[in-house]
Ligand binder design. Structure first.
Ligand code: UDP
Length: 243
């Protein structure tokens, strides 16, 4: 791989330019953050687990017709991706109530949403990533109507694809967050799909297997990440051969 130049260091991933104008290298680090960065820890093996988990979910989505930024694994913590122009918007899909929506609407944790609920959030750390309406997004000029419709539809489609994958191994996919961006005029799924950005509960026991273990100090975060991965058939540290 040619010379790399750090482009951006996020809370748990670092993005590098690698000399190819249309591609970037993404490194999954061991850092865990919560409360918009207020809580921080370094958790052994987190980068490897998240990298493998992301490869698994992105591959399933691609097989099912979702266009993503994911190109290939490079090492057990690094992937090559298409370079997207990201929209500063988070798309959240909820199959059950947890986290923010319980506080916001005063509803009980675990309530099932039929149909699932979709929400937009503004990606802005200084503002604390507030929930926003389509009108807000249009007013701010962050995306156009067509893009909003596409992001909503793609997020529902991702749920239709992944919910059964989790259900098959005894997990409830409670909610998740997606981010999209543009690549050569096409809207693609970017960012990541790992246990850092979704909620996954054991269907029988209700045990939490996602980043709420870290946010709520439930302990054994990476143990549970690895257990969830194992149940889904994800092999951590396996790097597919270069094509
Ligand atoms: N989420 C995320 N990044 C964020 C905010 C939320 O990945 O900056 C994910 C979170 O892990 C959960 C879903 O989006 O799976 C919905 O989160 P919620 O709105 O309930 O936010 P929270 O209360 O967890 O901050």
């Amino acid at each position: 791989m040619s010379e790399r130049r750090q482009l951006y260091k996020g809370k748990s991933k670092t993005v590098y330019e690698i000399g190819q104008p249309d591609e970037l290298l993404v490194e999954f680090r061991n850092d865990a953050t919560g409360g918009n960065g207020a809580k921080h820890a370094v958790l052994d093996d987190k980068g490897r687990v998240n990298c493998a988990f992301d490869a698994f979910t992105m591959a399933i989505l691609a097989e099912n017709g979702i266009k993503t930024h994911w190109l290939k694994s490079v090492t057990d913590t690094e992937i090559l991706v298409r370079r997207l122009k990201m929209l500063p918007i988070e798309c959240v899909l909820r199959n059950r109530a947890a986290g923010g929506i319980c506080k916001r609407l005063g509803i009980e944790r675990g309530r099932v949403f039929t149909p699932p609920i979709f929400e937009f959030f503004l990606k802005d750390d200084a503002l604390g990533d507030p929930i926003i309406t389509e009108d807000h997004i249009l007013m701010l000029g962050l995306a156009n109507k067509e893009e909003l419709v596409a992001m909503r539809a793609l997020t529902h489609r991702v749920n239709e694809i992944l919910q059964p994958v989790f259900a098959k191994v005894g997990f409830d996919l409670v909610d998740f967050k997606l981010e999209f961006g543009y690549y050569q005029g096409q809207l693609l799924l970017g960012d990541e799909f790992t246990l850092d950005g979704c909620r996954v509960w054991d269907t029988q026991s209700g045990e939490i297997y996602d980043k709420d273990r870290f946010r709520q100090d439930l302990g054994n975060v990476i143990h549970f990440y690895k257990e969830a991965s194992k149940r889904l058939g994800i092999i951590i540290g396996e790097v597919p051969k270069w094509s």
